[in-house]
Design a protein around this ligand. Structure first.
Ligand code: ZN
Length: 255
């Protein structure tokens, strides 16, 4: 009995040690990808010729980005809604502009991960949009009506055109949106400190499919590169133009 017990204790200690080692490795990887080596994403970064503002929530070392877009005929759209269910960061930016949560009329969700749709309940007046495959998950998680989008859709949001691209891979229903010359790739890709862009494998459900989707998008936009002035991400700062995405695709032999 005593022998079995001590064997169990040894086994439990070894198991605990491996869990601790794994946790440390995971934290190091997350830090490496999201913070060190990544292009920093600053709260208040202005994009899209002054019509788009980055709103950043800090989760420890991780920056979670959503984007507030001033619409042509008034009101706002959000690309993603952050993690905080009270959306304090977005609401404080709105307050500074003399507006409120009810002025957010549209939320375009890039994918159904908690750090991109958490703030939805704070915007009761907003119509929610997502690619159908992820719209289901958002309806379930947030019990809200979500309009299902498909690749190639163009949504007229209070006079502003939002172009929709399906980017399956990070999640089955991941989307990119193109608004005011800003291509929102959010978590499908990541920007490094040197301004280069990579496909994002971290927390991606199907990394290979994500790479294929990104490369297809690069090829598709190549002929109209002038339409993309900036690329914005979910956890890193923006890069200028379509060039970095085209370069990534070329380097990977996908272009
Ligand atoms: Zn994600």
């Amino acid at each position: 009995m005593g022998h079995a017990a001590s064997r169990f204790r040894r086994w439990a200690l070894a198991a605990l040690a491996s869990v601790v080692v794994l946790a440390v490795v995971l934290v190091a990887v997350v830090l490496a990808v999201f913070r060190f080596g990544a292009l920093p994403l600053d709260h208040g970064t202005i994009l899209g010729g002054g019509r788009v503002e980055a709103v950043v929530e800090e989760l420890g070392p991780i920056a979670i980005g959503s984007y507030l877009i001033a619409l042509e005929n008034g009101g706002y759209a959000l690309v993603d809604a952050g993690m905080d269910s009270e959306a304090r960061a977005v609401r404080s930016v709105l307050r500074r502009r003399g507006d409120g949560a009810r002025d957010v009329r549209f939320i375009f969700v890039t994918h159904a991960h908690g750090d991109h749709m958490g703030g939805i309940p704070s915007f009761p007046a907003a119509e929610i949009y997502a690619i159908e495959a992820d719209a289901k998950a958002i309806r379930r998680a947030r019990s809200r009506t979500v309009q299902g989008l498909a690749d190639g859709d163009v949504v007229k949001a209070s006079g502003t055109e939002v172009e929709v691209f399906a980017l399956p891979g990070h999640t089955p229903g991941s989307a990119a949106y193109l608004v005011y010359g800003v291509l929102f790739l959010e978590d499908s890709a990541a920007a490094a400190y040197d301004g280069s862009v990579q496909a994002n494998w971290l927390f991606s459900e199907d990394s290979e499919l994500n790479e294929e989707s990104l490369a297809a998008l690069a090829r598709r936009l190549e002929g109209r590169a002038d339409d993309v002035q900036q690329i914005a991400f979910g956890h890193q700062g923006p890069v200028d133009g379509l060039g970095p995405l085209l370069k990534w695709a070329s380097d990977r032999g996908l272009r």
